[in-house]
Design a protein around this ligand. Sequence first.
Ligand SMILES: C[S@@+](CC[C@H](N)C(=O)[O-])C[C@H]1O[C@@H](n2cnc3c(N)ncnc32)[C@H](O)[C@@H]1O
Length: 235
Amino acid sequence: MRVRRCQAIAAPAPAERTPQGKDRWPQQTVLGKTSNRPCWDTTATLPLVFLCTLGRAGAMREEAADLAAIRPGESVLEVGCGTGELTRRARSRAGSAAIVAGIDPSAEMIGVARAKSQRAGLGIDYRVAAIEALPFADASFDVVLSSLMMHHLPEDLKHLGLAEVRRVLKPGGRLLIVDMKRPTSRLALPIVMHGGMTHGVQDLPAVVSGAGFVDVETGDTRFGPLGFVAAHVPA
Ligand SMILES: C[S@@+](CC[C@H](N)C(=O)[O-])C[C@H]1O[C@@H](n2cnc3c(N)ncnc32)[C@H](O)[C@@H]1O
Protein backbone atom coordinates (compact mmCIF):
# COMPACT_ATOMS: atom_id res chain seq x y z
CA MET A 1 0.00 0.00 0.00
CA ARG A 2 1.33 3.40 -0.96
CA VAL A 3 0.96 5.98 1.79
CA ARG A 4 1.37 9.59 0.80
CA ARG A 5 1.29 12.26 3.42
CA CYS A 6 1.79 15.94 3.03
CA GLN A 7 5.23 17.19 3.80
CA ALA A 8 5.74 18.00 7.45
CA ILE A 9 7.04 21.45 8.24
CA ALA A 10 10.18 21.97 10.30
CA ALA A 11 9.84 22.34 14.05
CA PRO A 12 9.05 25.98 14.77
CA ALA A 13 11.55 28.16 16.54
CA PRO A 14 10.08 29.30 19.87
CA ALA A 15 8.29 32.63 20.13
CA GLU A 16 9.11 35.35 22.64
CA ARG A 17 6.38 37.13 24.54
CA THR A 18 6.25 40.90 24.01
CA PRO A 19 5.39 43.17 26.98
CA GLN A 20 1.93 43.49 25.40
CA GLY A 21 1.49 39.70 25.76
CA LYS A 22 1.78 38.96 22.04
CA ASP A 23 4.01 36.34 20.42
CA ARG A 24 7.08 37.61 18.57
CA TRP A 25 8.56 35.01 16.22
CA PRO A 26 12.18 34.96 15.12
CA GLN A 27 12.76 35.49 11.44
CA GLN A 28 12.74 32.19 9.59
CA THR A 29 12.70 30.91 6.05
CA VAL A 30 10.06 28.35 5.16
CA LEU A 31 9.73 26.99 1.63
CA GLY A 32 11.75 29.90 0.31
CA LYS A 33 9.76 32.62 2.09
CA THR A 34 11.45 34.62 4.82
CA SER A 35 9.10 36.01 7.41
CA ASN A 36 8.66 36.95 11.05
CA ARG A 37 5.36 35.12 11.07
CA PRO A 38 5.24 31.61 12.57
CA CYS A 39 6.18 29.00 10.02
CA TRP A 40 2.73 27.35 9.92
CA ASP A 41 1.15 30.71 9.10
CA THR A 42 3.72 31.16 6.37
CA THR A 43 2.86 27.68 5.12
CA ALA A 44 -0.83 28.58 5.25
CA THR A 45 -0.21 31.43 2.84
CA LEU A 46 1.10 29.06 0.20
CA PRO A 47 -0.65 29.76 -3.09
CA LEU A 48 -2.95 26.74 -2.83
CA VAL A 49 -4.61 27.58 0.50
CA PHE A 50 -4.45 31.29 -0.27
CA LEU A 51 -6.22 30.81 -3.60
CA CYS A 52 -8.80 28.40 -2.20
CA THR A 53 -9.83 30.79 0.57
CA LEU A 54 -8.87 34.11 -1.00
CA GLY A 55 -6.62 34.62 2.00
CA ARG A 56 -9.42 33.87 4.48
CA ALA A 57 -8.46 30.48 5.93
CA GLY A 58 -9.92 31.50 9.30
CA ALA A 59 -13.33 32.23 7.76
CA MET A 60 -13.21 28.88 5.98
CA ARG A 61 -12.65 27.06 9.29
CA GLU A 62 -15.52 29.02 10.89
CA GLU A 63 -17.74 27.84 8.05
CA ALA A 64 -16.58 24.24 8.57
CA ALA A 65 -17.47 24.45 12.27
CA ASP A 66 -20.86 25.98 11.36
CA LEU A 67 -21.58 23.22 8.83
CA ALA A 68 -20.83 20.59 11.49
CA ALA A 69 -23.46 22.25 13.75
CA ILE A 70 -21.60 21.19 16.89
CA ARG A 71 -23.81 21.38 19.96
CA PRO A 72 -22.67 22.09 23.54
CA GLY A 73 -21.43 18.92 25.23
CA GLU A 74 -20.75 16.98 22.01
CA SER A 75 -17.46 15.11 21.76
CA VAL A 76 -15.46 16.11 18.67
CA LEU A 77 -12.40 14.73 16.87
CA GLU A 78 -10.56 16.50 14.05
CA VAL A 79 -8.53 14.20 11.80
CA GLY A 80 -5.52 15.89 10.18
CA CYS A 81 -5.85 18.81 12.57
CA GLY A 82 -2.57 20.51 11.65
CA THR A 83 -1.95 23.28 14.17
CA GLY A 84 -5.49 22.99 15.53
CA GLU A 85 -7.22 26.03 14.04
CA LEU A 86 -10.47 24.15 13.40
CA THR A 87 -10.15 22.03 16.56
CA ARG A 88 -10.09 25.13 18.76
CA ARG A 89 -13.24 26.38 17.02
CA ALA A 90 -14.82 22.99 17.82
CA ARG A 91 -13.89 23.54 21.49
CA SER A 92 -15.57 26.94 21.58
CA ARG A 93 -18.79 25.41 20.20
CA ALA A 94 -18.76 22.18 22.26
CA GLY A 95 -17.85 23.97 25.48
CA SER A 96 -15.24 23.32 28.14
CA ALA A 97 -16.87 20.17 29.54
CA ALA A 98 -16.84 18.29 26.23
CA ILE A 99 -14.12 15.94 24.99
CA VAL A 100 -12.35 17.58 22.04
CA ALA A 101 -9.42 15.87 20.33
CA GLY A 102 -7.22 16.31 17.29
CA ILE A 103 -4.84 13.94 15.53
CA ASP A 104 -2.15 14.58 12.94
CA PRO A 105 0.81 12.42 11.83
CA SER A 106 3.11 15.45 11.97
CA ALA A 107 4.70 15.72 15.42
CA GLU A 108 5.63 19.31 14.60
CA MET A 109 2.03 20.28 13.86
CA ILE A 110 0.83 18.56 17.03
CA GLY A 111 3.58 20.30 19.02
CA VAL A 112 2.31 23.67 17.83
CA ALA A 113 -1.34 22.73 18.41
CA ARG A 114 -0.59 21.54 21.96
CA ALA A 115 1.34 24.70 22.77
CA LYS A 116 -1.54 26.88 21.59
CA SER A 117 -4.08 24.80 23.50
CA GLN A 118 -2.04 24.92 26.70
CA ARG A 119 -1.49 28.66 26.43
CA ALA A 120 -5.21 29.30 25.97
CA GLY A 121 -6.26 26.64 28.52
CA LEU A 122 -8.37 24.80 25.94
CA GLY A 123 -7.74 21.27 27.24
CA ILE A 124 -7.75 19.69 23.78
CA ASP A 125 -6.42 16.12 23.56
CA TYR A 126 -3.92 16.31 20.68
CA ARG A 127 -2.16 13.13 19.54
CA VAL A 128 0.35 12.20 16.86
CA ALA A 129 -1.60 9.67 14.79
CA ALA A 130 -2.97 9.07 11.32
CA ILE A 131 -6.55 8.66 10.13
CA GLU A 132 -5.89 5.03 9.17
CA ALA A 133 -5.09 4.03 12.79
CA LEU A 134 -7.05 6.20 15.21
CA PRO A 135 -5.97 5.77 18.85
CA PHE A 136 -9.51 5.87 20.23
CA ALA A 137 -12.04 3.26 21.31
CA ASP A 138 -15.07 2.40 19.20
CA ALA A 139 -17.98 4.86 19.49
CA SER A 140 -15.99 7.61 21.23
CA PHE A 141 -17.18 10.74 19.39
CA ASP A 142 -20.37 12.53 18.34
CA VAL A 143 -18.67 14.45 15.53
CA VAL A 144 -15.56 13.94 13.37
CA LEU A 145 -14.20 16.85 11.31
CA SER A 146 -11.75 16.88 8.42
CA SER A 147 -10.57 20.11 6.81
CA LEU A 148 -8.29 20.20 3.76
CA MET A 149 -6.88 16.79 4.63
CA MET A 150 -8.59 14.16 2.47
CA HIS A 151 -6.97 15.34 -0.76
CA HIS A 152 -3.60 14.34 0.71
CA LEU A 153 -4.62 10.67 0.87
CA PRO A 154 -4.34 8.10 -1.91
CA GLU A 155 -7.62 6.36 -2.70
CA ASP A 156 -6.90 3.19 -0.70
CA LEU A 157 -6.12 5.23 2.38
CA LYS A 158 -9.36 7.21 2.05
CA HIS A 159 -11.28 3.91 2.38
CA LEU A 160 -9.22 2.76 5.36
CA GLY A 161 -9.38 6.17 7.05
CA LEU A 162 -13.13 6.58 6.66
CA ALA A 163 -13.68 3.08 8.06
CA GLU A 164 -11.67 4.17 11.10
CA VAL A 165 -13.71 7.37 11.40
CA ARG A 166 -16.91 5.36 11.30
CA ARG A 167 -15.53 3.04 14.00
CA VAL A 168 -14.80 5.86 16.45
CA LEU A 169 -18.12 7.64 15.84
CA LYS A 170 -21.08 6.81 18.07
CA PRO A 171 -24.28 5.46 16.49
CA GLY A 172 -25.95 8.53 14.95
CA GLY A 173 -22.60 10.38 14.98
CA ARG A 174 -21.73 12.90 12.25
CA LEU A 175 -18.88 13.35 9.79
CA LEU A 176 -18.11 16.69 8.16
CA ILE A 177 -15.43 17.00 5.49
CA VAL A 178 -14.38 20.26 3.82
CA ASP A 179 -11.97 19.80 0.96
CA MET A 180 -10.95 20.82 -2.51
CA LYS A 181 -13.09 20.20 -5.55
CA ARG A 182 -11.65 18.39 -8.50
CA PRO A 183 -10.84 21.24 -10.87
CA THR A 184 -13.05 21.32 -13.95
CA SER A 185 -11.01 23.91 -15.85
CA ARG A 186 -7.57 23.19 -17.21
CA LEU A 187 -6.58 26.70 -16.14
CA ALA A 188 -7.61 26.19 -12.53
CA LEU A 189 -5.98 24.69 -9.51
CA PRO A 190 -3.77 22.06 -11.16
CA ILE A 191 -1.36 24.89 -11.87
CA VAL A 192 -0.58 25.22 -8.20
CA MET A 193 -1.64 21.78 -7.01
CA HIS A 194 0.97 19.58 -5.44
CA GLY A 195 0.95 16.23 -7.17
CA GLY A 196 -1.98 17.01 -9.48
CA MET A 197 -5.62 16.33 -8.58
CA THR A 198 -7.65 13.67 -10.30
CA HIS A 199 -10.10 13.28 -7.40
CA GLY A 200 -11.89 15.93 -5.41
CA VAL A 201 -14.53 16.41 -2.76
CA GLN A 202 -17.18 15.64 -5.44
CA ASP A 203 -15.84 12.08 -5.51
CA LEU A 204 -15.96 11.51 -1.75
CA PRO A 205 -19.70 10.72 -1.28
CA ALA A 206 -19.21 7.28 -2.86
CA VAL A 207 -16.28 6.53 -0.56
CA VAL A 208 -18.18 7.83 2.46
CA SER A 209 -21.23 5.69 1.61
CA GLY A 210 -18.94 2.72 1.01
CA ALA A 211 -17.61 3.11 4.56
CA GLY A 212 -21.14 2.62 5.93
CA PHE A 213 -22.30 6.21 6.39
CA VAL A 214 -25.87 7.26 5.58
CA ASP A 215 -27.63 10.56 4.75
CA VAL A 216 -24.61 11.58 2.70
CA GLU A 217 -24.92 15.19 1.53
CA THR A 218 -22.54 17.29 -0.47
CA GLY A 219 -22.47 20.95 -1.40
CA ASP A 220 -20.51 24.12 -1.95
CA THR A 221 -18.93 26.34 0.65
CA ARG A 222 -18.62 30.11 0.35
CA PHE A 223 -15.14 29.45 -1.06
CA GLY A 224 -15.46 28.48 -4.72
CA PRO A 225 -12.75 25.78 -4.90
CA LEU A 226 -13.93 24.11 -1.67
CA GLY A 227 -16.92 21.87 -1.10
CA PHE A 228 -18.21 19.76 1.77
CA VAL A 229 -19.52 16.28 2.48
CA ALA A 230 -21.69 15.61 5.53
CA ALA A 231 -22.89 12.18 6.64
CA HIS A 232 -24.16 10.16 9.61
CA VAL A 233 -23.43 6.80 11.13
CA PRO A 234 -26.72 4.85 11.29
CA ALA A 235 -28.40 5.42 14.68
C1 LIG B 1 -3.53 21.36 4.72
S1 LIG B 1 -3.28 20.64 6.32
C2 LIG B 1 -4.87 21.04 7.07
C3 LIG B 1 -4.78 21.21 8.56
C4 LIG B 1 -6.07 21.60 9.27
N1 LIG B 1 -7.09 20.58 9.13
C5 LIG B 1 -6.57 22.94 8.81
O1 LIG B 1 -7.63 23.03 8.20
O2 LIG B 1 -5.86 23.90 9.07
C6 LIG B 1 -3.40 18.88 6.03
C7 LIG B 1 -3.05 18.06 7.25
O3 LIG B 1 -3.31 16.69 6.97
C8 LIG B 1 -2.36 15.93 7.68
N2 LIG B 1 -2.30 14.56 7.18
C9 LIG B 1 -1.60 14.08 6.12
N3 LIG B 1 -1.75 12.73 6.04
C10 LIG B 1 -2.58 12.37 7.04
C11 LIG B 1 -3.11 11.10 7.50
N4 LIG B 1 -2.82 9.96 6.88
N5 LIG B 1 -3.92 11.10 8.60
C12 LIG B 1 -4.23 12.26 9.21
N6 LIG B 1 -3.75 13.47 8.83
C13 LIG B 1 -2.93 13.52 7.76
C14 LIG B 1 -1.07 16.72 7.51
O4 LIG B 1 -0.07 16.37 8.44
C15 LIG B 1 -1.58 18.15 7.64
O5 LIG B 1 -1.47 18.64 8.95
